[in-house]
Ligand binder design. Sequence first.
Ligand code: NDP
Length: 312
Amino acid sequence: MTEEFEKTKVLIIGSGPAGYTAAIYTARADLKPLLYQGMQPGGQLTITTDVENFPGYPEGIGGFEMMEDLRKQAERFGADIRWGEITSIDLSERPFKVVADGTKTILADALIIATGASARWLGLETEEKYRGFGVSACATCDGFFYKGKEVAIIGGGDSAAEEATYLAKLCSKVYMIHRRTELRASKAMQNKVFGTPNIERLFGYVPVEITGEKNVEGLIIKNVDTGELLNLAISGLFVAIGHSPNSALFKGQLDMDESGYVITVPGTTQTSVKGVFAAGDVQDKVYRQATTAAGSGCMAAIEAERFLSSQH
Ligand code: NDP
């Protein structure tokens, strides 16, 4: 008996702005794309607050709501969007053999990788212990639990700045801890931080240890110049130190840089394997915006369509 595989012309992995935009375009090109959403349907934007810089929303829009709109738009044109995760993949020959949820095999003539990126952690021994007990990488998801309390946030980029101002609305005090004396965040975000009275800036400090019985009760930080230690009484610790690309699934099969970002031919979404395209944060460590992710999802769809036409 021969095993029955599901076949698709285009498989899209990931459901952020890149994945959904690729789905909209490939669906409109009548390629009947199949999209697997992954463990976080809608991607990173579903755990952010308002998105104010995506073109077309003069008043801004909630990240979750925006991703729902993108999903519905893709479905309107016939994209087959599924909750589930791609668990293994074989790019050695076409059609590409892909396994979903460890059980279902799919053969895809073209593949669009839009798996995005995930939050990075500090690597402190105690960080793991308190994860879910006061340590979080998402202020918008967990900030609510720290209403009226004192918290700390680590990082000096736009995420840390944005989350610090968000937390400052809920919490009595926010310590913003950054390893350098200058923030990496944009000037606009810096101005927001500097203009928020209950954000106390502790720049030039690194976290050393998290303390507490079961839940976080304190954070020890060290001055990078003097070595002076400070003990902060906090109930929550938010880590906002950037992201790593979600590319482990393709390791050894696609060319990647030293950080794991999938390498694409400049000006295109073509990866090192013909018929495999990468869009969004998994291949972009420079711009990392919803708008640029959507743009590259559109590019990947057009390139996949041209690739498939060239095969006939
Ligand atoms: P970034 O990479 O920009 O910033 C990470 C921050 O964490 C840096 O300040 C870095 O310090 C610090 N850091 C990194 N590793 C460690 C560590 N091990 N210990 C302590 N600190 C550490 O990441 P973001 O997530 O902030 O932003 C990513 C991208 O998304 C950026 O392009 C940003 O502009 C964009 N973004 C845009 C937003 C918007 O436009 N509304 C909102 C959020 C993000 P150092 O500076 O010393 O390297």
